[in-house]
Design a protein around this ligand. Structure first.
Ligand SMILES: Cc1cc2nc3c(=O)[nH]c(=O)nc-3n(C[C@H](O)[C@H](O)[C@H](O)COP(=O)(O)OP(=O)(O)OC[C@H]3O[C@@H](n4cnc5c(N)ncnc54)[C@H](O)[C@@H]3O)c2cc1C
Length: 600
């Protein structure tokens, strides 16, 4: 029996074992007029203030005042207070609207990084973990941009292993201050920040504690701006704390709660980063489509060449999948938040808990968004040909600026491992029943396939079957890997990467399909030709990735009969009907070329 919208409440990670009704997902086609106006304000800001000055902005050493002044201007428009509640001078927008802002600003190169570090990792620790006094003191100034924020977690010897930091906080003899000493590295907005969220260990604690440190406290010095591959306009400094006197009331939350704060804030950072990569991808698709129309070779626009159409279509379909998944998860977070509020939970706690619930999806989206963007910019350079390699054309900056997204907010390796780790932990805690569906898959494997089953002709019936099978493939291989390695599965990182790849593709492909299915129910099939084409194309990609990842995982840990059985299972669960992908891609590319923008 299929579930109806009303009966359906999404739970984190459950997409792997449950069918989601299309009516339950949010699609970006449903933005309200108000949300569209907010997006337009962001677009206008980029057009007027950022795009004309990209070179100036990137010369961060020559123009150190430029970025903070641009942030001030964006603050005047309210762009720094989107997530801050109205009582603290912000706009208290829902999660998906703040994702929309992140998406649009995401096309703003270094400015996007500065803004998101300030509004995200810089401001949110205070919003979600600050006490009433701290919120009252800091949030209004951060929401307007009067004070700018940065987040100091990473150290020279402590990157992915964030809890291993050496920065120390020692209580002063009069017990009024913590004396902070240590070195932080890669600190975004470091050069102009007034407020630093700093993670340090008190005495010999096992876990980090978090502090709000003002520049005015003194004892803070910095290295020069880092010379970077990309996002050159974003201030990135090493920050040194030398006997920095921090009032005890500036500890955030409780002693040793810092690592938890860092992790939870990063969950939000990851999904917002995904939104921002979608905006950047859309920008590049528009530019590449326009260039392909203008550039003539062999007497015709290069947009007329099949090889170029292939690229434009892939860039677009992958972005469509990422976008569908990001706002699906964003809405899940909003829904969970509203439910928690209705049950009497405090606002800040509900916001954190709702994002934590979908932490698996946040990690998936971070990887998918950043890798889609890297694919998009790489093909963008290729479409521009020699001009793609020129520092005077836009692809150069887009290509260099994209690359950081696979590194910060947890590297994509860490996020892939987290995806599987969090899924298994949820299962162990009884929050997600992976066992029953995994056992069912085992049973199905040993049964004879039902060749005589009547073909279901309902809309997307075949695609749904493909997805349900892909999930079975994922469950089959992860179930077998867990049985084989038990607690030691975490040592088998290559297999974890394979499993994560399968899951990421399932989530992205399913999100694209659900969005299209919902749109068809609203507008009819004829109006959704492009979305149907993108869904079909993406579905084939998902199957291909799952086949490769699944095979590699099986080769890595199964032998003999078990291996043969699993390979047969994988073949059975990764079947997809042939489709003329060339024609499908041409449909998408022709549309994009006509619009010269990612626009449907
Ligand atoms: C431009 C820029 C801005 C940044 N801004 C900030 C900021 O504002 N605040 C802040 O605190 N930090 C910031 N960072 C730091 C960033 O979050 C880290 O660079 C990132 O977390 C990776 O840490 P690392 O550089 O030490 O790499 P490492 O942890 O040394 O990783 C190196 C490689 O090893 C892999 N690896 C590491 N551990 C494992 C493992 N257990 N298993 C498998 N593979 C592993 C990684 O995936 C990576 O491929 C920024 C970094 C950059 C470059």
């Amino acid at each position: 029996m299929s579930v109806t919208e009303k009966q359906f409440t999404a739970k984190g990670g459950e997409f792997l074992i449950k069918e989601t009704p299309s009516q339950a997902v949010f699609t970006p086609e449903e933005w309200t007029e108000e949300q569209k106006m907010i997006a337009q304000t962001c677009k206008d800001f980029l057009q007027q203030e950022i795009y004309p000055r990209l070179d100036e902005i990137d010369n961060v050493k020559g123009n150190p005042e430029l970025m903070p002044s641009l942030m001030d201007k964006s603050g005047e428009l309210g762009l720094l207070g989107t997530s801050v509640p109205e009582e603290y001078g912000g706009f208290g927008m829902d999660f998906n609207t703040s994702m929309l802002v992140a998406e649009v600003i995401g096309a703003g190169h270094s400015f996007a990084v500065a803004l998101s570090a300030h509004t995200g990792i810089g401001t949110l620790p205070i919003l979600y973990y600050g006490n009433a006094e701290q919120k009252k003191k800091y949030l209004p100034k951060l929401a307007t941009g009067e004070w700018k924020a940065s987040y100091c977690l990473t150290e020279p010897d402590s990157g992915s292993d964030a809890n291993s930091g050496k920065t120390k906080a020692v209580l002063s003899d009069d017990k009024k201050h913590y004396i902070v000493n240590g070195q932080k590295m890669w600190i975004t907005n470091g050069g102009f920040a007034d407020v630093f969220i700093v993670f340090a260990k008190i005495d010999d604690d096992k876990n980090l504690s978090a502090f709000i440190i003002e520049k005015e406290f003194g004892g803070i010095t910095m290295n020069e701006e880092e010379a970077k591959m990309g996002i050159k306009g974003s201030s990135t400094r090493q920050v040194f704390f030398n006997d920095c006197k921090v009032p005890v009331e500036n500890m955030l939350s409780e002693r040793e709660n810092g690592f938890k704060i860092a992790v939870n804030i990063l969950n939000i950072g990851r999904i917002k980063l995904a939104a921002s990569t979608i905006g950047a991808s859309k920008g590049v698709i528009g530019q590449a489509a326009q260039y392909a129309n203008e550039r003539k070779q062999f007497g015709t626009s290069i947009a007329n060449f099949g090889a170029i159409k292939h690229k434009l279509a892939e860039m677009t379909a992958r972005t469509f999948a990422s976008e569908s998944a990001a706002y699906r998860a964003g809405q899940n977070i909003d829904d969970a938040f509203n439910e928690m509020i209705a049950s009497g939970m405090d606002q800040a706690e509900a916001k954190l808990k709702s994002v934590e619930e979908f932490a698996i999806e946040c990690a998936i989206l971070k990887v998918h968004g950043s890798e889609t963007l890297d694919y998009v910019v790489d093909e963008g350079v290729q479409i521009y040909g020699g001009m793609g390699f020129s520092a005077d054309a836009p692809m150069d900056r887009a290509y260099r600026d994209a690359r950081i997204n696979r590194i910060f907010e947890g590297t994509n390796e860490i996020n892939r491992m987290l995806t599987i780790d969090m899924l298994l932990k949820r299962a162990l805690k009884g929050k997600l029943d992976l066992m029953t569906p995994a056992m069912n898959v085992q049973k199905e494997l040993t049964s004879i396939p039902d060749f005589g089953a009547q073909e279901d002709t309902a809309l997307f019936a075949k695609e749904k079957k493909v997805l349900s099978n892909l999930k079975k493939a994922g469950l089959m291989i992860s179930g077998a890997a867990v049985q084989k390695f038990m607690q030691k599965l975490s040592n088998e990182q290559e297999i974890l990467m394979n499993l994560a790849d399968m899951l990421i593709e399932v989530y992205a492909a399913e999100s694209a399909m659900l969005r299209t299915e919902k749109l068809i129910s609203l507008k009819g099939e004829e109006a959704c030709k492009q979305q149907i084409a993108m869904t079909q194309l993406y579905m084939h990609r998902a199957v291909e990735v799952a086949q490769k990842a699944g095979k590699e995982a099986i080769y890595a840990f199964a032998e003999g009969d078990e291996q043969r059985m699993m390979l047969l299972g994988l073949k059975r669960f990764t079947k997809i009907e042939p489709a003329n992908l060339k024609e499908i891609r041409r449909t998408i590319a022709d549309h994009i070329s006509a619009k010269q923008a990612y626009e449907f």
